[in-house]
Ligand binder design. Structure first.
Ligand code: HEM
Length: 524
């Protein structure tokens, strides 16, 4: 009886607490069109439960992309979770994105969102204010024309290694059961080599004969398990003898050792090679070298702690390969089911590279139709599918009106409100991208890079944007000029049905695709 009373008292306290919370949120955001749900999508419970009418589910911005904003006839909406989580404001307007992320915007990254990204140490993605400025200034010079040239050369080398190792050189056709496995490995090898001077081998097996994980597998496991590692308590790895948990634990321990060893080796190299009072910029070109060298500038402002070097190395390895890999996979899949666009890209490559000469970095600007295919895939499957910002002050936002097209509405977001930039919503906003469901690379012909919002906007725009587009242009050019890409259908399914089944992403740490089966058919 006592137990029952305690339970009822607890339940009542909980409900009163929630009612108060929702009431407070409603005071703040009630003027924004919105709706109620039971759990907030990004909380553990909200993410684990399936997407239904009463629970949004983790991938709800994708699953409801056609009607989420249309239902409320507004490009900005508020979502109030009744039982768990915080109320937030979502929007699907590139105009709002620009206001929230411009240089003068009084918004900042959320502490909660920064947690998982700082798992291995503070870094440029997760930091704010002066810490962010310092880390951005240290890392930015590593992204320059010379490094993009290295990206191009390394992409060409790795492509040839892939074709050789997979035995495709002599084949007329290659069946690729899941192209994401290849693009993932590809992107990882490029960032590891160009960004970190860590050459990984395409042919190295994931585990050696003694069952020891390869370095590639360590980085892949770590990238795929950032959220579980962040959420799960340390003792769970000891308490539960589950193989996949053990693999996560091993990978996180090994990456720490790997990065520390790399730091020590690089410190020795730098100390031997140059006097560390000299201008480092002239000597050290790669991202990792710049991070390590910054630490050696004793007594200077632009320095990094050990934890910051590890944090930044980890984040570059992660940000530098997951996003590129899935966008490349989406590009190939979309080209497979849009034959006309694939043919256009192929003809463009042939015209740009007469006599079948190999593409070089100097061809990058001319291969704009290839890059447009990548931009369009990025729009339709935005790897960084949302970004969160908190208002530091009451801020008035101007939003194109859905009810009265051509007019502008003003909405104030109150101090402390979290604004979620919903890149899926923006990508499928028919006002901005007519026929949004259609793969139309021509949207990006001759475009201004500021329009490519998939890489963010403003001072915190993606640092690796040109790194990624260089790699993508080179990889796609090499592949498309040699192979015709085809979808592998199941039974009698149509191209649209294939796209719907196969290109059905999961929204987790990034937007990920699961199993994209393709066939590469030799063109000559
Ligand atoms: C298709 C590939 C990529 C996509 C779609 C992408 C997307 C993004 C987006 C949307 C942001 C801004 C996030 C925010 O505002 O909260 C961002 C930031 C960042 N990205 Fe990328 N990224 C890609 C590739 C890369 C690569 C290859 C690297 C490094 C080699 C990289 C490094 C970074 C870093 C360091 C930041 C943080 C910048 C800052 O806060 O100052 N990204 N990325």
């Amino acid at each position: 009886m006592n137990y029952l009373l305690s339970f009822v008292a607890l339940l009542i306290s909980f409900l009163v607490w929630r009612a108060l919370k929702i009431w407070q949120a409603y005071q703040k955001m009630g003027h924004i069109p919105g709706f109620f749900t039971l759990f907030e999508a990004t909380t553990v419970i909200g993410a684990l439960l399936p997407s239904t009418s009463w629970n949004l589910g983790l991938s709800f911005t994708w699953k409801r992309k056609e009607y989420l904003y249309l239902q409320r006839k507004s490009e900005i909406i508020a979502i109030f979770p009744v039982l768990w989580g915080e109320a937030n404001v979502y929007h699907c307007s590139p105009e709002v994105l620009r206001q929230v992320k411009s240089v003068n915007a009084d918004f900042q990254k959320l502490d909660e969102g920064r947690g998982p990204m700082s798992l291995m140490g503070p870094n440029v993605v997760a930091s704010e204010g002066e810490d962010w400025k310092r880390q951005r200034r240290i890392t930015t010079p590593a992204f320059n024309q010379n490094s993009y040239r290295s990206v191009w050369e390394e992409t060409t080398r790795t492509y040839n290694e892939m074709v050789k190792h997979e035995g495709w050189g002599t084949e007329k056709e290659a069946f690729v059961p899941d192209v994401t496995v290849y693009t993932r490995k590809f992107a990882l090898l490029i960032i590891a080599s160009v960004g970190f001077g860590l050459p990984l081998d395409w042919s190295e097996p994931r585990y050696d004969s003694r069952g020891v994980m390869s370095r590639e597998e360590v980085i892949t496991q770590v990238s795929m398990n950032i959220l579980p590692r962040f959420i799960l308590p340390w003792w769970i790895y000891l308490a539960l003898p589950i193989k996949s948990l053990r693999a996560i634990d091993t990978a996180f321990k090994r990456i720490e050792v790997l990065l520390r060893t790399m730091i020590n080796t690089r410190v020795d190299e730098i100390r031997k090679g140059i006097s560390y009072n000299e201008d480092f910029d002239d000597h050290i070109k790669d991202v990792f070298g710049r991070l390590v060298a910054a630490q050696l500038r004793e007594g200077e402002k632009l320095t990094l702690s050990d934890r910051e070097i590890i944090g930044n190395s980890f984040i570059m390895l992660f940000a530098g390969h997951e996003t590129t890999a899935f966008t490349l996979a989406a590009t190939l899949a979309l080209l497979a089911v849009n034959e006309e666009e694939q043919e256009k890209a192929y003809q463009h490559i042939k015209k740009t590279l007469p006599d079948d000469r190999s593409p070089t970095f100097d061809d990058y600007d001319s291969l704009s139709i290839v890059l447009a295919c990548f931009y369009e895939a990025l729009r339709m499957y935005p790897a960084a599918y949302m970004s969160l910002r908190q208002a530091n002050e009451d801020t008035s936002l101007t939003i194109p009106s859905m009810k009265r097209p051509g007019e502008i509405e003003r909405i104030t977001v109150k101090k402390g409100t979290t604004v979620i930039n919903d890149f899926v919503g923006m990508a499928y906003n028919e006002r901005v991208y007519p026929e949004a469901e259609k793969f139309m690379p021509s949207r990006w012909y001759g475009t201004n890079v500021e329009r490519i919002i998939g890489f963010g906007y403003g001072p915190r725009t993606c640092l690796g944007m040109k790194f990624a587009t260089t790699e993508a242009t080179c990889f796609l050019t090499l592949l498309l000029r040699e192979w015709r890409i085809e979808a592998v259908f199941e039974n009698e399914e149509t191209q649209q049905e294939w796209q719907k089944r196969v290109l059905n992403p999961t929204l987790f740490t990034t937007l990920t695709l699961d199993k994209v089966p393709l066939r590469f058919v030799k063109r000559y």
